[in-house]
Design a protein around this ligand. Structure first.
Ligand code: 4UV
Length: 551
């Protein structure tokens, strides 16, 4: 089967799987999940979510169906959440979070998940763009939520309710009334937003991604088709160690796995030893991880103390950043299980490549094959199409899971799409071989992936420049293969020689969330290298060898 065709002089790569667009569910994703659960042959009392630390706490198929409708009712009638209203979630993982998420969608609301590491000003940025009037959080983040809502820069926001998930859950479970998911007739779900995750795209500060119900229904369907009877099959027990506030955990644990009737053991956070302990207790067979977690599984001596991990774990899916061949091979040897990679973007709701097309010939360094209904194109730095196999180019994508654009940012939306508006420019450099397997080999865009989280250099630069002692600044990601991650490093021009760079670094680290701190250090330079157009030449910075200030 040929996986390429020509179109107006371009080589278009196509998926080996077919997607019949006419079969895509039209409507609300909450209804889609409910229908999928109902059609699943498992008993209504089957646990879908189990609390990793207390297996008496479970959410069954029946609980999801009943409680999401009650949550929708309470949100609409007591908190005024109507169609199109954003609700900000500042929450750690729990078995209740997915039901809340689906309840917001059932009410017609839009979920705006926030990173729990955010400082108030970072939360404010998200509240400002999403326009959320309700924040649902937990006791330890109430103060961050209050301060974020009270910020006035660049503009005041209008948050009317800050409440805890526990409070909402109690109200919902004692309610006698409920609300069926709002119906989106015809093709209208192509315009109805489901959630706003944040991404810096190809450049600039984090932007809210407009993901529609149709986008996410497409991507879940694409995953269901491509997984076939592999990986996402109900006999497996999945461990949710990734945050459900990031698109990877959100999409996998809130939509795809429950829709397929799988059981998910939910960890509040990733604690390596705890995960090792709980794998045998819950007989967890598949984990979704990011590469820094892969380093622990590949190298930590702790693993030897838990021999049952090797018995129970059958497969590990890695994503959100590159997993090197050597790390992948070490995992296979140490865990005696299958290792897969998938490739996704917030802008594509999220998965574009999946490894299940040919698991026998799948190469662990590859991200697999294009998902059903997706088309890819490779374009070089001069805007010329790349032809032939194993030739690098920027990956452009077209398909039903591609976002509509960024909230209140027409300029960035125009920039991230091709001139004809048809293709999303991913900013990633990829190659594809004769078998249709894809490899992500580099990144054109500015993004730094720090432990799986997005970090936008432009955001860190603007914080640095707000310090009067910093005359100019550039931030780039330093690749740390041993740690399976990139780390943000700042290059700064200081006001004069009396300014202490360590002070500047400490000041900076107090202004940003944990994952944005300068873990890669700070370097003092004479001038930031820029192109004639004034663009920072970040690639030139990576190899600078001046003294690095840590601490
Ligand atoms: O927008 P984002 O933070 O989105 C993600 C989503 C990842 C996944 C991966 C597997 C899944 O099953 C899933 O549901 C979601 O990371 O960041 C997008 C950028 O991250 C890099 C690449 O630069 C994207 O533009 N990236 C993501 N996956 C990979 C990757 C990968 N497997 N290999 C290399 N880079």
């Amino acid at each position: 089967m040929s996986l390429t065709r020509k179109e107006a002089g371009a080589t278009i790569h196509v998926s080996p799987w077919a997607l019949d667009h006419s079969t895509l569910f039209k409507g609300n994703i909450a209804q889609f999940v409910l229908n999928s659960l109902a059609n699943n042959t498992a008993s209504v009392d089957k646990p879908i979510y189990i609390d990793a630390l207390d297996s008496t706490k479970v959410i069954t198929k029946r609980n999801i169906a009943e409680n999401l409708k009650k949550i929708a009712y309470i949100l609409k009638t007591r908190y005024g959440v109507n169609e199109g209203d954003a609700v900000c979630l500042l929450l750690t993982n729990s078995i209740y979070l997915p039901v809340l998420h689906l309840g917001i969608l059932a009410a017609g609301g839009v979920v705006s998940p926030a990173n729990i590491m955010y400082l108030p000003n970072e939360l404010h940025h998200q509240l400002h763009l999403s326009g959320a009037r309700v924040i649902i959080t937990q006791p330890e983040f109430i103060e961050t939520a209050r301060q974020g809502a009270a910020h006035t820069e660049p503009e005041a926001v209008n948050v009317e309710h800050i409440l805890t998930l526990e409070d909402l859950w109690q109200q919902a479970t004692s309610a006698t009334e409920s609300l069926d998911p709002i119906v989106y007739p015809g093709d209208t779900n192509k315009h109805k937003h489901a959630y706003y995750c944040f991404s810096s795209g190809t450049s600039g500060k984090p932007k809210g991604v407009l993901t529609t119900h149709a986008n996410i229904i497409s991507n879940v369907t694409q995953q269901v088709i491509s997984t076939g009877n592999n990986i996402y099959k109900p006999g497996n027990v999945f461990g949710a160690v990734l945050p459900m506030s990031h698109i990877y955990g959100l999409s996998t644990f809130i939509y795809t796995l429950p829709a397929l009737g799988n059981t998910i053991v939910v960890f509040e956070k990733f604690d390596f030893q705890q995960v090792l302990e709980k794998i045998s207790e819950h007989k967890i067979s598949v984990l979704h991880i990011v590469p820094p977690m892969a380093v622990l599984f590949a190298k930590s001596p702790l693993l030897a103390e838990y021999p049952l991990v090797r018995k129970y774990i059958k497969g590990i899916m890695s994503g959100a950043a590159p997993l090197s061949k050597s790390l992948g091979s070490q995992l296979i040897e140490r865990l005696d299980c299958q290792i897969w990679q998938a490739y996704g973007l917030t802008e594509t709701s999220p998965i574009n490549h999946f490894p299940t097309y040919d698991l026998v010939n799948y190469d662990v360094e590859s991200v697999g094959w294009l998902m059903p209904g997706l088309e890819g194109r490779l374009v070089d730095e001069n805007g010329q199409d790349v032809h032939g196999f194993n030739q690098p180019g920027e990956l452009w994508l077209r398909g039903p899971n591609v976002m509509r654009g960024y909230i209140k940012n027409a300029e960035a939306t125009t920039e991230v799409f091709s001139a004809d508006g048809q293709w999303l420019r991913t900013g990633d450099v990829a190659v594809v071989n004769e078998t249709g397997q894809w490899y992500i080999v580099d990144r054109f865009k500015e993004l730094i992936k720090s432990k799986g989280h997005q970090v936008a250099p432009a955001e860190l630069e603007s914080v640095l420049l707000s310090n009067p002692d910093v005359v100019d600044a550039a931030v780039t990601g330093i690749h740390m293969p041993e740690e399976g991650t990139e780390l943000p490093r700042a290059f700064v021009v200081l006001r004069n020689a009396t300014v202490d760079p360590l002070e500047v670094k400490r000041w900076f680290d107090s202004k940003v969330a944990r994952h944005k701190k300068l873990w890669g250090g700070l370097v003092v330079i004479d001038a930031v290298p820029k192109s004639t157009a004034g663009k920072i030449q970040r690639r030139l910075l990576r190899d600078r060898k001046e003294d690095i200030v840590h601490g």
